[in-house]
Design a protein around this ligand. Structure first.
Ligand SMILES: [Zn+2]
Length: 256
């Protein structure tokens, strides 16, 4: 049992954190000093940075992040990342595999143009229940993004915390979203990203098993370490970033 002061402190931290999340530039400035003690990666390792919404005012910042990472190592697609995890060829330096979560309209208007300009591949993890809602993509948008050469994975139906759901509900979130994306896009969906993504809190081993049984080949978490050949594709570690963050703040998430 935590003493009341510790609980209070924790609540204050959470309050601060959610206030900062609403103000990403300020959040980046708060994170940046911790980046002093970190360096962007130089050793061999596979990194999976990911973003959510990228509002038009952050297009230049996203480009700056991707150019900075791209100078350190190649940006590869999800298929190739999985072959590196399988050990088909040795990692000789840092490698980056990019993804985006939810169903933001800005993927169409901001993200895809930047990715095409820089020739950076990416996977979009789609929450199917958001598609067609205000501020989100339509299925026609998703088809257009797919036709532009980008990959789609599933990020559940309702963006629920899977750990809180019954077996049947979790099964629907994991398998139902896969089926719906496959029906709408006419392509197999084999990659899954758990909402919130923290093991034991946001999802459990049960959900990894359900994903495997539903035909997924990979399962993404929000644990942050670099990955290497031999690591499980059913436990992908991704580093959540916001384009508004200065590179010093990026260094707190993507580092050796
Ligand atoms: Zn999400």
């Amino acid at each position: 049992m935590e003493p009341p002061t510790a609980i209070k402190r924790r609540l204050n931290e959470l309050g601060l954190r959610s206030r900062l999340r609403a103000r990403p530039r300020a959040q980046g400035r708060v994170l940046a000093p911790a980046g002093l003690f970190r360096r962007l990666p130089s050793a061999p390792g596979l990194y999976f940075p990911f973003y959510h919404d990228v509002l038009p005012e952050y297009a230049g910042d996203l480009r700056h992040h991707l150019e900075t990472l791209g100078r350190i190592g190649p940006m590869i697609g999800w298929d190739e990342a999985l072959t590196l995890l399988a050990g088909t060829r040795p990692l000789t330096g840092p490698v980056f595999c990019l993804s985006f979560d939810d169903a933001h309209l800005s993927w169409r208007d901001v993200v895809v143009p930047v990715l095409r300009e820089l020739a950076v591949p990416a996977t979009f993890f789609l929450t199917t229940g958001l598609v067609g809602r205000p501020g989100n993509l339509t299925w026609a948008d998703c088809r257009e993004i797919r036709e532009a050469g980008f990959a789609f994975g599933s990020h559940t139906v309702t963006h629920t915390r899977l750990a809180d759901r019954s077996d049947a509900e979790a099964g629907h979130e994991i398998a139902g979203s896969k089926r719906e994306i496959e029906d709408e896009l006419g392509a197999e969906v084999r990659d899954f990203a758990a909402p919130y993504g923290y093991p034991g809190v946001d999802f459990t081993e049960r959900d990894v098993r359900l994903a495997k049984e539903s035909g997924y080949r990979s399962f993404a978490t929000t644990l942050r370490p670099a990955m290497h050949a031999g690591d499980s594709p059913m436990w992908i570690c991704r580093q959540g970033l916001h384009p508004a963050w200065p590179i010093m703040a990026v260094r707190t998430r993507v580092h050796d």
